[in-house]
Design a protein around this ligand. Structure first.
Ligand SMILES: Cc1cc2nc3c(=O)[nH]c(=O)nc-3n(C[C@H](O)[C@H](O)[C@H](O)COP(=O)(O)O)c2cc1C
Length: 161
């Protein structure tokens, strides 16, 4: 699968098979993801492998679709608001890379943004200044949703003089 094919066919997966995904594969996709662009090579991401008791305490509405693996990806602290924004967006690039690398090998992912609440921060014992950018369920898809069509890009294109 080439990059364009991976981008066009990746979906947010809501229901997963229980079959485990080999951790060595997950580590390989995370290593690939780390080639995301990041200003001044800050590599501003931290990855948490969420264990069963933490996961149960999150009380997610459908337990992340039964995914056999749950990751939480956080961005690292920053001294200025500009640096904070750069850390957030670089970490989002890291997440997208991870999703595409997994998808290219038949493994689905989701993205849940439940990380901002104080309750969740406390559950994860998140170091001060780190921010959860996404909880990522990872596993073989039970069902793959239809594509959600996008606005024609011409409508997002703006000519400047
Ligand atoms: C920052 C961010 C937060 C998201 N949070 C959620 C979420 O909390 N729950 C959810 O079901 N999907 C979440 N999504 C996934 C989007 O709903 C999904 O990408 C969108 O519907 C398009 O579907 P697709 O990814 O299959 O193309 C999130 C995506 C992003 C980028």
């Amino acid at each position: 699968m080439n990059v364009t094919g991976a981008i066009l066919t990746r979906r947010t997966i809501k229901q997963f098979k229980p079959d485990p995904v080999p951790m060595e594969n997950v580590l390989a996709w995370l290593s690939t993801a780390a080639y995301a662009p990041n200003h001044r090579m800050t590599e501003p991401w931290e990855v948490y492998v969420v264990g069963p008791s933490t996961r149960a305490n999150l009380k997610h509405k459908n337990d992340f679709g039964g995914a056999p693996l749950l990751l939480a990806v956080a961005s690292t602290p920053a001294k200025t608001s500009v640096d904070r924004d750069e850390h957030l967006v670089a970490t989002a690039c890291f997440i997208q890379n991870f999703m595409l690398a997994a998808h290219a090998e038949g493994v689905g992912t989701g993205w849940s943004s439940l990380g901002a609440s104080p309750r969740v921060r406390e559950l994860l014992a998140l170091p001060q200044g780190q921010e959860i950018i996404g909880f990522l369920p990872v596993g073989y898809p039970l069902e793959v949703p239809e594509p959600k069509l996008r606005t024609p890009i011409e409508q997002k294109l703006h000519d400047l003089p």
